[in-house]
Every structure is written in C-alpha cells, then in structure tokens.
Write a protein that binds this ligand. Structure first.
Ligand code: ZN
Length: 270
C-alpha cells in the first residue's frame, strides 16, 4: 500500500472512529443497544487481512420511537431513457443519488468492478429501533451502515440500494462496483437493503411498493429473470431479510404477480 493510500486510509479510520464515538454517546443517551447484525455472513475478499470486526455499534435514534413514517409519493415516471438502460453508471430517475447523503469515496483498491448484472438480492439491515422514515434519519442510518462496513475493511457500504420506511430509494454503493452483501455470491449481484429488522417488525407498504418498483426496474434494465431475484437467506445461512420481509418477498415474486409477468417478457425477448 502506498503512503498516500495509507494516509487516506488512516483518515477514513479516524473519521469512522469519530462517528463511532458519536454513536456511543447516542447509545448511552438513549439507553438502547443496536448493532449492525443484518448481514453478518457478508464479507469481501480482502476483509480478513485487515482484521476487521463485525458488530460496530450505531446510533439508536430516539426520534424513531414515536415517529410514524409518512409515505413519499411516487413521481409520475417516464420510461428510462434508452441510454440509461443497462448502464451501470446510471441510476433510475426515482432513486436519490449517493451524493445527497455522502461525500465519501469508495476505497477503489479494495473493490472489484461489477462488469454485468445477473441477479438481485434483498436484505434487511436488522437494526433496531426501526428507522423513522425521515430524510435525515435515513441519511444517518446510511452513514452508520457505511461506517460499520468500512470499519470491517470493506471498500464502501456493501449494498447498492437502500429503501427507507417512507419508500425513498437511495443509491448506496455505485453499481459500477461489485457489492459486499452475500458471502461468495457478490459477483454480478445487485444488493438491496430495506431499513429495519423484519424478524421483529412488518415492512411498511411504502417500502414494499418501492421494493417492487426498484426490482421491476432493475430486472427490466439488466434482463434479470425472476428466478434470479433472491433474498439473502436463499443464498446463505442467515435470517436476513427476516421472516416478515421474506414472506412479502415470496408474495412479490408470486407466479401471478407483476414481477413474474415482467419476467415473462424478459425471457421471451432475451
Ligand atoms: Zn442480508
């Protein structure tokens, strides 16, 4: 590792420590304990060399206990432009760009390129308390997850997209880079995380609508058939995405549903 990389790395580590210290203070203040346990089987090629630890504490947000998420109305959408179709460097128009929540750059020397998309995997973040659904709370949650993942020595936040309880869809890791969300199954695999612990709570209808919408969009643009749309537990030994979201994912992918019909057109024209 070069000196400049090393100092950049130290800078990132110092920032992560500062955030961790802040999170610790919040944890103490709220008396709560939350950990980044959502995808503990997720790892990345070079993680272990760096001796990263899992289970970084994150801020428990006192606001989340009372706030009820308000669904964000979907914009009327036009079909994606031709140039955006299948392009890893573009995001759907209804997705909030990564630059809106972080100025942090991925550690490119730790990441592999995505090359192409062949499958999609859905996760929960397994963090309690539930996200409030406010824009600010989602920015903090994304930042905390990213810091936790980078604290394990990863290149960046592991997932490509995140969905909050109000139905906002956030760009996380750029699709040009392979994700870090399913151990040994990361190549060509888009990772989508839904904020919440769905072993304990039910997903909001706004987050499910957005999940359905994002899955449909990415299936169509990358020609991913429905039998390549997974939940984490279908690929690895884990509770993720929690029994309640697992149940809803089975419904979303049902034979008579919109995604299955869309998949039919994908396979017919493939
Ligand atoms: Zn997972």
């Amino acid at each position: 590792m070069s000196d400049s990389k090393s100092s950049q790395d130290q800078h990132t580590r110092r920032s992560a420590l500062r955030v961790a210290a802040g999170a610790g203070a919040l944890l103490l203040a709220s008396g709560g304990l939350a950990s980044l346990g959502g995808c503990q089987s997720a790892s990345q090629r070079r993680v272990n060399k760096r001796g990263g630890q899992i289970g970084q504490p994150i801020a428990a947000d006192p606001v989340t206990k009372s706030a009820r998420p308000k669904p964000v109305p979907h914009q009327t959408t036009s079909a994606p432009t031709l140039s955006a179709k299948g392009s890893l460097s573009s995001i759907p128009s209804f997705v909030i760009a990564r630059s809106e929540w972080t100025k942090g750059k991925p550690r490119l020397w730790l990441a592999d390129p995505m090359k192409t998309v062949r499958k999609i995997t859905v996760h929960h973040d397994a963090i309690s308390p539930a996200a409030s659904g406010s824009y600010r709370n989602s920015v903090r949650r994304l930042t905390a997850i990213r810091n936790g993942h980078m604290g394990k020595g990863w290149a960046d936040i592991g997932y490509h997209f995140a969905i909050d309880p109000s139905g906002r869809i956030w760009e996380a890791r750029t699709l040009t880079l392979q994700g870090a969300h399913v151990k040994n199954r990361n190549p060509n695999n888009i990772g989508i995380v839904v904020f919440g612990n769905y072993e304990k709570i039910q997903p909001t209808s706004a987050s499910l609508d957005s999940l359905d919408r994002l899955l449909a969009h990415e299936m169509e643009r990358f020609r991913v058939p429905i039998d390549q749309v997974y939940t984490h537990r279908e690929l690895a030994s884990t509770a993720c995405p929690g029994r309640n979201l697992q149940k809803r994912m089975i419904q979303l992918r049902a034979d008579d549903g919109r995604l299955a019909r869309l998949s039919q057109t994908i396979t017919n024209h493939a």
